[in-house]
Design a protein around this ligand. Structure first.
Ligand code: COA
Length: 169
């Protein structure tokens, strides 16, 4: 099993996060490298990465294998605005914009371990509330990490049907 260490991201990690993002989503849902760079400038505290710490065969120690990007906001549900570059009302919720595992390493429980450690990292930094939008096949996954279903999302990303979930509050 790959050992991981989940930590805050550095500026140099953003290109690798963009590469994983590009492989993990269909083109119409991908956050571009430019947009991810904008996000990192605006709210670096919302970025967490899982770095391989060894024990993973083909994966070298130090390689980033998963990431989570959250936008701090007062908005309680996920809307298209979260994905735009205009200023949002400041607040106490981390809106999870993306959560990704390197495509070649998916379904090996890296997602489970990364989300648990990333939530813990953010909580240690004082964040108590989280929101996200996901497709129906991931509702149970997030439910296992304490997220509650809030209903259909207003989000229209990629024209898909998204469901809002929240944790805290
Ligand atoms: C979603 C994602 C982050 C999960 O990470 P992962 O390492 O692949 O998932 P895990 O191995 O930890 O999954 C554990 C369990 O979650 C559920 N699960 C994970 N991915 C799933 C999927 N695509 N469809 C249905 N269930 C899924 C399953 O119950 C799985 O257990 P199983 O593999 O024994 O069936 C990863 O698959 C990914 O990057 N997907 C593409 C991008 C994406 O959709 N991100 C989420 C945006 S809301």
């Amino acid at each position: 099993m790959i050992k991981i260490k989940v930590r805050r991201a550095y500026n140099v990690d953003v290109a690798r996060i963009a590469e994983i993002e590009k492989g993990a989503f269909p083109p119409e849902e991908v956050l571009s490298a430019d947009r991810l760079r904008w996000c990192f400038r605006a709210f670096p505290e919302g970025f967490a990465v899982a770095e391989a710490a060894g024990g993973g065969g083909a994966v070298e120690a130090g390689e980033i294998v998963a990431a989570m990007v959250c936008r701090p906001t007062a908005l309680r549900r996920i809307t298209n605005e979260i994905y735009e570059t205009k200023e949002l009302p400041k607040g106490d919720t981390f809106a999870i914009m993306t959560f990704i595992v390197e495509p070649g390493l998916q379904r090996q429980k890296l997602g489970e371990r990364t989300i648990a450690a990333a939530l813990e990292l953010f909580r240690r930094n004082g964040v108590k509330n989280f929101s996200l939008a996901c497709k129906d096949h991931l509702i149970k996954f997030y439910g296992r990490h304490g997220f509650k279903l809030a209903g259909e999302s207003e989000l229209k990303l990629g024209g898909a049907l998204w469901y809002d979930m929240y944790l805290g509050r």
